[in-house]
Each structure stands twice: as structure tokens, then as C-alpha cells.
Design a protein around this ligand. Structure first.
Ligand SMILES: Nc1ncnc2c1ncn2[C@@H]1O[C@H](COP(=O)(O)OP(=O)(O)O)[C@@H](O)[C@H]1O
Ligand SMILES: [Mg+2]
Length: 375
């Protein structure tokens, strides 16, 4: 692990066990799945801690009998993009030796038809693909899998933001990946995604290629009883103070979302010795003000009805009956059918999500709190 963070509430990724709260249950479940040859689907709303948990798990696995590869599919739009991302990750992990590129990777790259060039500005090696057709894609995936399954240690591949695959323009990308996964039974896979509905339907609907092929694991908020002592402990370790009631306020305001809790604690830790209720109000204000410009530009991206509905949901959340007369009248939203269409659009943009209990909420906690302030 790299340098110790200055602030015990880091905001970017995983910075070591000491700064990572709980998830003991999830960790042991995941270890058990992997040690018994089961693949995992990890899903939750955004910023709940999926990626950090994967890194935390990797820490554990790498000190044992596994080798781990992490890839992020967020920016991928096609199977070719996905292969590119996988190849890049593989190259980062296995390719670099003191004298250049390892021989096994060179062999793999020649099968893939990949060339390594150098970025003219930075001098950093870059991978270029010569070829780009579907037939070749499947061949390339096989070659990548072959390489990984031939490693001495068992390999775990975590694919983050895997839901992207079902958006690829190639309609049967899911089937392509499913075949790939089946082809290499000794590679373990973790599929992680922040579109809960999409992830669940990919793995739990009968007519989908991935049906019943992995163990579903929902990542819920870290329980308050676990988070509170973690936060207090880090304050006390530096002779600072924060009360349980104050942590409760923060936890509620953040809807238990890990990122937002970390963000608020990071600020309070840097500003205060003994946190007062006034400090919390100031910090929440400061955080929302910092996002002003970004959130403000959202209004321009949406139609008038979408924006009005979005604001109304932020104020009402969880909203149970978006087409009820009372709700439409209260916010001057017009016809129920128009609101229905607008709601679908907001859901498609992942701005609004439907909770398991059936209420609609604004996906981003900070955005929700900011909008609820608007008139
Ligand atoms: N268990 C944890 N303890 C402390 N901080 C965490 C924990 N899990 C996640 N975080 C922090 O929360 C933020 C969001 O986590 P991330 O893993 O990026 O969420 P996701 O992948 O679900 O969108 C990150 O900044 C990370 O540092
Ligand atoms: Mg993530």
C-alpha cells in the first residue's frame, strides 16, 4: 500500500484496512464463494462502496493463493472496447518487466494482433489494436482467458460496471461474455454494477445468457452501529471529538451512502477539534455549494417537465405514487401520462431510481439534498 492518507476519511478508492469500515460479512461471503468456485454478482446504488470492497477483497486474496485483475467497463461501448480494457489491465499487471515487455505477454499480444506503441507526449506505452471484427473478438477473448487460466495461481477477474455490456450496440454481447466465462471454469469472476435493476435482471431472468450463473450479493449501507464507532475512533485517535447524535445526523442526511458519509467526515475532521452542531450545518452547506455549478447545469440537460418532476421527487423522496392527483397538483406537473414519460426518461438517465420497497428517489444523495433546497 502507498503512503498513509493525511485525513483518516479518504475519498478516493481504497487506502488500506485501517481506513476501511466493516464489510466483514460481505468479505467472508465473497471469500467463501471464491474458495468454492462460485462467481459473484455484486450490486448496489452508486458510491455505496462496491469498488472499494473489491480492492479490500483483493488485499486479502493476494496475500493468499489468488492473483487478481480489476477492470472497469464504465467507458466501454462495445466488445472491442471491453477487450481493449481487459488487455490493458493484463498488460499493466503482467506485461512490464525491468527490461521491457515480458515474453509471455508478447506471445499473447501477437495472437491478439496487438501492437504496443508509445504515446508521443508522455512516452507511456499504449496498446493499439490492428483488427476489429466480432469473429476476431471471440478469438481474442479466448486468448486472454487462456493466458489467465495458465497462471500458476488461481486468477480472480473483477469486472466493474458490468451492466454496460447489456448496452453494447452488438446485441449479443452478453452471450459472448457468458460463453467466455464458461470456457474457463478455473477463472473466478466478480461482476459488479451500479444499476441494480439491470444487474439483477441480467443474472436472474430465465431467458438471459447469465441466468443463474453467479451468486447475487447486494451491498447495503454500512450499518450505523458499525460506522459510528469507526468514525469516533478516528476522531479520538487524533484527540478530536464527535458525538453519536452528530454521527446519526450525518448518517441520515447521507442516507447511509458511504461516499457522502466519508466526505462529510473528511471535512469535519479537517475543520474541527470538537465538532459542534453548527459545524455540521456549515460543512453540509460548504459541500453543496461546491457542487453548485455542476448541479446547476443539470437543469439545462432536461426538459421542463423532467426538471420539475426531478425537483419534486427530491422533495418528496421516497415518492410512492408519481401519478397520483395530489402529487401532480402539489407540484403543478400537469397530465399523469406526461409525468409517466418524464419519469421513464429520468430513470433511463439513472438520475432517479426505484428502491426495493417501490419508492422513487434521486440516485445521487448530494444532488438530492441540493435540489430539495431549491424553491
Ligand atoms: N467500507 C468503507 N469504509 C470507508 N470508506 C469506504 C468504504 N467503502 C467505500 N468507501 C469510500 O466511499 C467512496 C465510494 O466507494 P466506491 O467503492 O467508489 O463506491 P461504488 O463503487 O459502489 O460506486 C470511496 O471514496 C471509498 O473510499
Ligand atoms: Mg465503483
Amino acid at each position: 500500500m502507498s503512503k498513509k492518507p493525511f485525513n483518516p476519511f479518504p475519498l478516493l478508492s481504497y487506502r488500506g484496512k485501517k481506513y476501511f469500515c466493516d464489510r466483514e460479512g460481505e468479505l467472508s461471503t465473497m471469500l467463501d464463494h471464491l474458495q468454492n468456485d462460485r462467481n459473484i454478482v455484486l450490486y448496489s446504488w452508486r458510491r455505496m462502496g462496491k469498488s472499494a470492497l473489491i480492492y479490500r477483497l483483493f488485499d486479502e486474496l493476494e496475500s493468499g493463493n489468488f492473483e487478481c485483475l480489476y477492470v472497469d467497463f464504465l467507458a466501454t461501448r462495445s466488445v472491442e472496447d471491453a477487450i481493449n480494457t481487459l488487455t490493458q489491465a493484463l498488460y499493466e499487471k503482467y506485461g512490464k518487466t525491468k527490461t521491457g515487455i515480458s515474453a509471455t505477454i508478447q506471445r499473447l499480444f501477437s495472437i491478439l494482433g496487438v501492437t504496443v506503441g508509445f504515446n508521443a507526449l508522455t512516452g507511456v506505452p499504449e496498446i493499439n489494436f490492428k483488427v476489429n471484427s466480432t469473429a476476431v473478438s471471440e478469438h481474442s477473448l479466448s486468448a486472454l482467458g487462456q493466458f489467465l487460466s495458465e497462471r500458476k495461481k488461481r486468477v480472480v477477474v473483477a469486472i466493474d460496471e458490468f451492466q454496460q455490456v447489456s448496452n453494447y450496440e452488438n446485441g449479443h454481447a452478453e452471450a459472448v461474455f457468458r460463453t467466455w466465462v464458461q470456457q474457463f471454469p478455473d477463472i473466478r469472476f466478480i461482476f459488479s454494477g451500479s444499476h441494480r435493476k439491470m444487474m439483477v435482471s441480467m443474472f436472474a431472468e430465465k431467458n438471459r445468457p447469465f441466468y443463474h450463473s453467479a451468486q447475487l450479493l447486494a451491498l447495503d449501507p454500512i450499518p450505523f452501529e458499525k460506522y459510528a464507532p469507526f468514525i469516533q475512533g478516528h476522531f479520538e485517535a487524533r484527540s478530536k471529538e464527535i458525538s453519536l447524535e452528530q454521527i446519526e445526523t450525518i448518517y441520515q442526511w447521507a442516507r447511509g451512502q458511504t461516499y457522502t458519509i466519508q466526505l462529510i467526515c473528511n471535512f469535519l475532521f479537517s475543520h474541527c477539534v470538537k465538532v459542534s452542531d453548527g459545524d455540521i450545518i456549515l460543512v453540509l452547506d460548504e459541500i453543496l455549494n461546491q457542487h453548485q455549478e455542476m448541479f446547476g447545469s443539470m437543469a439545462k440537460m432536461l426538459t421542463k417537465t423532467q426538471w420539475r418532476l426531478f425537483k419534486a421527487i427530491a422533495k418528496e423522496e421516497p415518492l410512492h405514487s408519481p401519478q397520483s392527483k395530489d402529487f401532480l397538483l402539489k407540484y403543478g406537473l400537469g397530465a399523469a401520462s406526461t409525468v409517466g414519460t418524464a419519469l421513464k426518461a429520468l430513470e433511463r438517465l439513472e438520475l432517479v431510481v426505484e428502491e426495493d420497497e417501490g419508492g422513487y428517489i434521486v440516485h445521487e444523495v448530494l444532488l438530492s439534498r441540493w435540489m430539495a433546497r431549491l424553491v
